[in-house]
Design a protein around this ligand. Sequence first.
Ligand code: GLN
Length: 257
Amino acid sequence: MVKPIKIVVVYQSLLGIYGDRGNGMVLAKRLSWRGIASELIMVEPGQPVPTNGAVYLLGGGEDQAQIAAVDALRADGGLFRALDDGAVLFSVCAGYQILGNSFTVGDDDTVIEGLGLLDVDTRRGPVRAVGEVLSHWMTPEGDDYLLTGFENHGGYTTLGPKAAPFARVELGVGNRGDGTDGAVQGRVMGIYPHGPLLPRNPLLADYLLGVALDRRLEPLPNEQVNDELATLRHQRINVVRHTKSLSEDTRWLGERS
Ligand code: GLN
């Protein structure tokens, strides 16, 4: 019997306040639509992180939960072993920050050592980044694919030389208002937007599955699902761009009055 592909959603009780578990659900769903068996595993602190997963997911959360997640993941060690065996790790916001070298928490900006899986460092930024994000992700085929999501983070992230930006921001703050969002280093990836991100941006979901399975997945044959998603995505992109131009008009009026 073919073994199911394991999708592991890590520590929702700590890093689950933004509904990022939807990223795991959509990965499993898109495998099942292709007739590929999968298993969606939710693992919580105190339970061993399985070492034989194909994709691991971390979501967003609050500062103190980030410290607890780092401690539990370091003590468990399973995630590190899975990555050594070639697993893919996709993380969002708080989950992204804790993979770095360091991040800060609390009003006194205490520096916490991260898991060291991404060459990034996060420090509190001048203003909290809150709102819609629109960014451009380059597919392996060289196509420009728009990612839509929303961000809500106080930490601003700077990339070191070993990490490459994941996407180019058109609207929003992303890493730190420098026109980039997220980071990729081998099979470890992180980015700021929630949404959840993968249901909103299905090509990215298929890309992650392709990396995990070491093959490019054929597009889904389900025309209705594809069309509905495409329509929703275009509506969302138009709304975000329109809102952005409205807010620019308002700022301009404010400056002139
Ligand atoms: N606590 C982190 C910050 O504010 C991450 C927040 C989040 O996951 N949305 O930067």
